[in-house]
Design a protein around this ligand. Structure first.
Ligand SMILES: Nc1ncnc2c1ncn2[C@@H]1O[C@H](COP(=O)(O)OP(=O)(O)O)[C@@H](O)[C@H]1O
Ligand SMILES: [Mg+2]
Length: 156
């Protein structure tokens, strides 16, 4: 049984999350077969139940205001392009677009999907990004039950 068969890749679509995607691809060398890609939104103009999946729960999508629908469609497109990239590597891919508390939802999908490892960036687009570990990565490290691979900025 390979050590890292199933990966959770958590992305905010930032440049560093893109660097993290390279490591997701490299994990194939450690036996990776499947990748669960997760993005969490917490900034819609309406409140939804924590953990709502905006890809799977089409009925919820339909009741969203138009601005939110456009935003969500754009995020789904971004997730789909990551899916294509990973499928080109012959990996099985599953997408989640969750609503709610960001680190909580990431850890919850990791548990539900019984992933072997979480791959994410050390920070997002924050100002202090070079120095500090971001709040999402800090919280995921704290609560995850599996190993977490934190990707720092690309080595020059
Ligand atoms: N909304 C999100 N959905 C999924 N993953 C996220 C989200 N926000 C951040 N991440 C992941 O966490 C990493 C660290 O980001 P974060 O902790 O938010 O740093 P910062 O505080 O600098 O924005 C990102 O590179 C990304 O992998
Ligand atoms: Mg952030």
């Amino acid at each position: 049984m390979p050590l890292f068969k199933k990966t959770l890749y958590s992305t905010d679509f930032s440049p560093l999350a893109e660097v993290a995607l390279d490591y997701v691809k490299k994990l194939k060398e450690a036996g990776e077969e499947e990748v669960v890609v997760v993005h969490v939104v917490d900034d819609l103009s309406v409140e939804l139940p924590d953990g709502t999946d905006l890809i799977k729960e089409k009925d919820v999508f339909k009741i969203l205001p138009e601005v939110d629908q456009e935003y969500v469609v754009n995020l789904i497109e971004k997730l789909n392009s990551i899916k294509e990239i990973l499928e080109d590597e012959n990996l099985k891919v599953k997408l989640y677009l969750k609503y709610g508390n960001i680190p909580k939802q990431i850890v919850s999908v990791a548990d539900e999907e019984s992933v072997n490892i979480i791959v994410m960036g050390a920070h997002g687009k924050g100002l202090l990004s070079e120095i500090l570990l971001g709040s999402v990565s800090t919280d995921v490290i704290r609560h995850a039950k599996c190993p977490v691979l934190i990707v720092k900025k690309r080595e020059e």
